[in-house]
Ligand binder design. Structure first.
Ligand SMILES: NC(=O)c1ccc[n+]([C@@H]2O[C@H](COP(=O)([O-])OP(=O)(O)OC[C@H]3O[C@@H](n4cnc5c(N)ncnc54)[C@H](O)[C@@H]3O)[C@@H](O)[C@H]2O)c1
Ligand SMILES: [Zn+2]
Length: 612
């Protein structure tokens, strides 16, 4: 692959992520790469088409007129060249003076509303039908049928309610439009009428000549962006004369009579007042600088995220440091430069959420405590991995669920196949996910594995096993660290008991909830009961599997009996199985397989004989 192909590949990947509301890089970074491609090959087809969006599970509609992208001016010279081109075209049709209008370039999801059809841009020619968005509560500003516009979220609403949960309102808007199941934040934003379709025709506009526009760009910016409460990534300037528009026409990428005016972002100098630390869903602990309030492109900035720990340390960013911040279309401003370093830089040693000791990756601080409430994702992955259902609920899947607000087992276990589909999973995968949840509940599972799956610190599989041979599960989860310590169990000392006690308290309700869902638990026999009766039983220390429909009593009762006699009740036949107890309707194949492994196959009657 050559450099150009590699770059285009990367752009395609970044674009797909961005269109799905999950950008991997900042817009400025993406734009830089686009300009790099333009420098290498200005005629590259990637630059000549609208960057496409792909939304699964939505109907497609053809646009009567293609919905295009915009040409971009980064410098005033780019704008001057545009005005010159327009002037030339005007002369060709005998127009002596050209009038322009300038308005905000809204940073949301482009849409077209003709009064009946409501559609996204899609690939420019064909978009996705999203009338469902209006039913969900997206407000059409100025009413229906106003043509092209942008679906956006109120910026003040976002900053007040959502800034700590989501990186950019645009990502939330995409999520709201594309998924049928909404997380609580999205639901609330819709109820609060914060998500709106703003037709471009409704925007506040400056009008004037080309030279005026060039001469007073700053004042124009103030005028049209001043009162706006939506995320903006520049301005749009366009010719107003219909005849000139028609004469100039369009490329496959943009209208020749329209241009976006982008700025590298406004910067400001401020002072760091304090540094606070936030824990992300993967346990990454990032510093947030609380700064003296400062106005940057119309917004008052009070907090700046510093993503890199090393930078904080090497450039000494702490209270008192003077820094330059930049805000380029992004809602959340970035640290650009350290002008005066701080005297004191303190890096925390324990997690600000759970207080566990932090570890340091090469660039980041990490909370590795799986119980840390900030780490829903890791906890859910651990659950499915420990239960053995990780084939379905792998990292990617869980990440997607958590991002859409399904961040607890309680919420995930409620999902039906259609709901998985609405979250963006394919129909087959959705069916599989739903079935996998069912299987995890109905397949027998050892209680110690079930307990270990909650990921309580210091409570792995072997600890769970040991503890459950002393306390039954329902009793154990009520215990404090001190009570566990007091039971004087070998290997359970101070810190371990404390971790287990605190951890259990955190997940107690979740454990109860999962128990209520009816998991098929194979109960670990209590050491006391085993000791009493097991020594001379024929089942003592033997591996026993029950299969088929039991006629004389319930399977659970039989398992309980076997355990009391010292048997190890297993869920399936393995090399360690001694007896396979068959109820009704057991396939000949299963029996044959067990026999091949040297397992003694017995029926219910024989089982009762053995235990009597
Ligand atoms: N961060 C990333 O990874 C990433 C990836 C891809 C694209 N992007 C960003 O997306 C943008 C390019 O994509 P694009 O082609 O969708 O947008 P564009 O910047 O080329 O502009 C065209 C779009 O502007 C919108 N618009 C907003 N206000 C408007 C107004 N008043 N009048 C007319 N149009 C208006 C319309 O949706 C139109 O489709 C760039 O800003 C780029 O940084 C970012
Ligand atoms: Zn933590």
């Amino acid at each position: 692959m050559n450099d150009i192909e590699r770059l285009v590949d990367e752009l395609k990947r970044l674009n797909a992520a961005y269109r799905n509301g999950e950008p991997l890089v900042s817009d400025a970074e993406y734009d830089e790469k686009v300009e790099a491609l333009r420098a290498m090959n200005p005629a590259h087809p990637y630059l000549g088409a609208v960057e496409p969006e792909t939304f699964n599970g939505k109907g497609k509609v053809r646009h009567p007129v293609p919905m295009l992208s915009t040409e971009k001016a980064y410098k005033i010279e780019d704008l001057e060249r545009f005005v010159n081109r327009v002037d030339k075209a005007a002369l060709e049709i005998g127009l002596s003076s050209v009038n322009y209008q300038v308005m905000a370039k809204l940073d949301g999801l482009a849409g077209r509303d003709d009064g009946t059809e409501f559609a996204t841009r899609g690939n420019g020619f064909e978009g996705y039908e999203i009338s469902s968005a209006l039913a969900k509560g997206v407000i059409p500003v100025g009413g229906r049928g106003k043509g092209l516009g942008e679906i956006v979220m109120s910026l003040s609403y976002f900053e007040e309610n959502l800034k700590d949960h989501f990186e950019h309102p645009r990502n939330m808007v995409v999520g709201i439009i594309t998924s049928d199941v909404l997380n609580e934040h999205a639901q609330k934003a819709l109820e609060d009428k914060a998500v709106r379709f703003v037709p471009y025709s409704e925007l506040n506009k400056w009008t004037g000549s080309g030279p005026e526009m060039i001469a007073s760009m700053d004042a124009i910016r103030e005028e049209v962006l001043g009162g706006i409460d939506y995320p903006v990534d520049g301005l749009v300037a366009e010719v107003t004369d219909e005849a000139l528009r028609t004469h100039m026409g369009a490329t496959s990428h943009h209208h020749r009579w329209q241009i976006a005016i982008k700025t590298r972002g406004e910067s400001a100098v401020t002072t760091v007042e304090s540094v606070t630390w936030q824990v992300g869903r993967t346990g990454k602990v990032t510093p947030v600088m609380e700064v003296s309030p400062v106005k940057v492109s119309g917004a008052t900035i009070r907090r700046v995220t510093a993503h890199n720990l090393e930078r904080l340390r090497s450039e000494s960013v702490g209270p008192g440091a003077e820094i330059e911040i930049i805000r380029s279309g992004e809602v959340i401003p970035k640290l650009e430069k350290v002008l005066t370093p701080s005297e004191e830089v303190s890096i925390p040693e324990t997690c600000p959420v759970c207080d566990a000791p932090l570890e340091e990756d090469d660039k980041f601080l990490l909370c590795v405590n799986p119980m840390c409430s900030a780490k829903a994702e890791q906890r859910i992955v651990h659950w499915f991995k420990t239960l053995g259902s990780a084939d379905w609920f792998g990292k990617k899947t869980v990440q997607k669920l958590v991002e859409k607000g399904y961040d607890t087992l309680e919420k995930i276990y409620k999902l039906k196949a259609v709901e998985f589909q609405a979250l963006g999973f394919g129909p087959v995968q959705s069916e599989n996910l739903y079935n996998a949840l069912g299987i995890s509940r109905t397949e027998p599972v050892e209680d110690w594995r079930f307990l270990a799956a909650f990921g309580v610190r210091s409570l792995g599989k072997s600890e769970a096993r040991n503890l459950l041979s002393v306390f039954p599960l329902t009793e154990l989860i009520e215990k404090t660290g001190d009570e566990i310590l007091a039971a004087d169990i070998r290997g359970f000392k101070g810190a371990k008991c404390e971790n287990i006690g605190t951890g259990l308290a955190v997940v107690r309700e979740t454990i109860r909830h999962m128990l209520d869902l009816g998991f098929q638990l194979e109960v670990t026999p209590l050491a006391s009961e085993v000791a009493e009766s097991a020594s001379d039983s024929p089942l003592s220390g033997k591996g026993v599997v029950f299969t088929g429909k039991m006629v004389r009593g319930s399977r659970e009762e039989m398992q309980e009996m076997a355990r009391k006699l010292g048997a190890v009740v297993q869920s399936s036949v393995s090399g360690k199985t001694d007896f396979l107890v068959c109820g009704a309707n057991v396939g000949a194949k299963k029996v044959e397989k067990a026999r091949e492994k040297g397992v003694e196959v017995i029926d219910e009657d024989r089982f009762y004989e053995l235990v009597s």
